[in-house]
Write a protein of this length. Structure first.
Length: 510
């Protein structure tokens, strides 16, 4: 069975569906972690064990391999030279595979000293070192698998890449359940599942999917290696540290201030990443191959128009999601996490953090589309320089707001910095594409925020009255969620209709 090339709208639906399922499975994984282990040092160790492997991924721009390789392959395919595309893919694949295996071995050997450097106050560095080494091999499958996904994206094929995060999360959940069944629901069991999930979903399935595209291994001729071109495009992503990428890692660094802080921030952010993934990430991933194709053909006007149209729709839906998450934060957290070792006090903390994180959803939506506009034009430095600049701003912001507000300050800092980054990208897009494009997009941002703000003000008192201060069951929580969700959506659409939002007509009218 192979996937076929599809249109941009259909691609967005495929990616959105897979991201939704993946994020729900991710929530299931976190629910299992919270219930079996709780919010404590053990759960913090599990999350901290991913820090060094994630850093390894960043060294090779692993998170951006598809973004780097798609424009290279698109240029050859737009000229009808599939053999050149195969040779380019082969050269980059060989280089990345050798590099990731070598770097994994180096970090395996140096894991102990690095853990002591990054976590000077941790009580059990030997345990964290062991956990880090356990999960490190997963990065090999994630990096080489990203190249195989890039081949499929270039051919407008999304099915097998869409399955990768689903299988990965199933692997982690399966590992946790096996550990629980054996009487040992430990971080080790979850991490073994992560390695298995990466091997099957991010590598095995992607090998099969990429081979079906026709762009496959073909030895490059002398002077035809694409490694130099790949490194030139990837270099900004390797040396730059965008705040959008490091936002997750800040949780691990700053969460060391107290036991359980990392887990609390992580759980709140994970809920927020469900709508961000389904709305913002899906729009960006689905649009990118089409944007890269337009850029390769030199169709700049169409590229700008396509970016703007996708961004306006994304902002509208993202604003509605932000309002819904703000209104439903408390019942949602209680339903999802308040089991086993996870207490009512833990639930209240995570709900408060979730409200702060929810305000960032529209900014993530805007960011996902605008950065891909620049990536499609092979202008990697622009978003990287801006993102790195805001990383430098983020550090004192996180520290200062924590001093003023405690752990809640971390979540607020994340939202403020991400929103500022998105607005800076909007300004950069104006310089690149003309201020007329910004003139059509900036008001959409404002209209979405206005409708979301009114909807949250209208629906929040109702949900607070329904939920009260006592315990909540799954069924009563679902009832409150249904009433609150419908009220929020009705208020959001009512305000959008009142202000004659063109985005509502574009989204609902189709």
């Amino acid at each position: 069975m192979t996937s076929r090339p599809i249109r941009m709208g259909t691609a967005a639906l495929v990616v959105a569906g897979s991201v939704l399922l993946s994020r729900l499975l991710g929530l299931g994984r976190d629910i299992l972690l919270a219930g079996l282990i709780g919010r404590n040092e053990e759960s913090d160790l599990y999350l901290d064990s991913f820090l060094i492997p994630d850093f390894l991924n960043y060294l090779l721009a692993g998170a951006f391999l598809t973004i780097t390789l798609v424009p290279i392959l698109s240029r050859h395919l737009e000229r009808g030279d599939s053999d050149a595309a195969s040779r380019a893919f082969t050269s980059v694949f060989r280089f990345a595979a050798v590099a990731i295996v070598a770097l994994t071995a180096v970090l395996w050997a140096l894991a102990g000293p690095i853990v002591e450097l990054l976590f000077p106050d941790i009580s059990d560095p030997e345990r964290l070192t062991s956990l880090t080494r356990l999960v490190l091999p997963a990065q090999i499958f994630l990096v080489v698998g990203a190249l195989l996904m890039a081949v499929q994206y270039t051919h407008k094929r999304f099915l097998f890449p869409a399955l990768a995060p689903i299988v990965y999360n199933l692997g982690i959940i399966g590992g946790g359940l096996v550990g629980w069944a054996m009487g040992d629901p430990s971080p080790e069991a979850f991490l073994v599942g992560a390695v298995v999930g990466a091997a099957v979903g991010n590598f095995g399935l992607q090998w099969f999917g990429a081979r079906a595209t026709g762009t496959w291994f073909l030895s490059p001729r002398r002077g035809e290696s694409a490694v130099g071109e790949y490194l030139l495009l990837a270099l900004p992503l390797m040396i730059g540290q965008s705040v959008a990428v490091l936002d997750e890692q800040f949780i691990r660094f700053f969460g060391q201030v107290e036991e359980g802080a990392t887990t609390g921030l992580w759980l709140a952010r994970r809920i927020t990443m469900v709508p961000i993934g389904v709305i913002a990430q899906a729009a960006g991933v689905a649009a990118f191959p089409f944007l890269a194709g337009l850029a390769a053909r030199g169709a700049n006007d169409e590229l700008v128009a396509t970016t703007g149209r996708a961004a306006r729709k994304t902002l509208f839906v993202a604003s509605a999601a932000a309002a819904g998450l703000i209104v439903l934060a408390r019942p949602l957290v209680r339903i999802l996490y308040q089991y086993g070792q996870f207490s009512s006090g833990d639930a209240d903390l995570v709900a408060d953090l979730l409200v702060f994180y929810a305000f960032s959803i529209p900014a993530w939506g805007l960011h996902q589309l605008l950065v891909r506009h620049f990536y499609a034009k092979r202008r990697m430095w622009t978003p990287v320089i801006i993102g790195t600049g805001f990383t430098l701003v983020a550090i004192p912001t996180w520290l200062g707001l924590h001093e003023a507000m405690g752990i809640n300050g971390f979540a607020l800092a994340s939202t403020l910095v991400m929103s500022a980054y998105a607005l800076a990208m909007l300004v950069a897009w104006g310089f690149d594409s003309g201020w007329a494009a910004v003139g059509s997009l900036a008001p959409a941002f404002g209209r979405g925020l206005l409708a979301a703000g009114v909807a949250a003000v209208v629906a929040s008192p109702l949900v607070s009255a329904l939920i009260g201060d006592g315990p909540i069951t799954v069924w009563s929580g679902l009832g409150v969620g249904l009433v609150g969700g419908v009220t929020t959506l009705a208020a959001f659409l009512g305000v959008s209709l009142l202000i004659r939002s063109p985005e509502m007509r574009e989204v609902i009218g189709r």
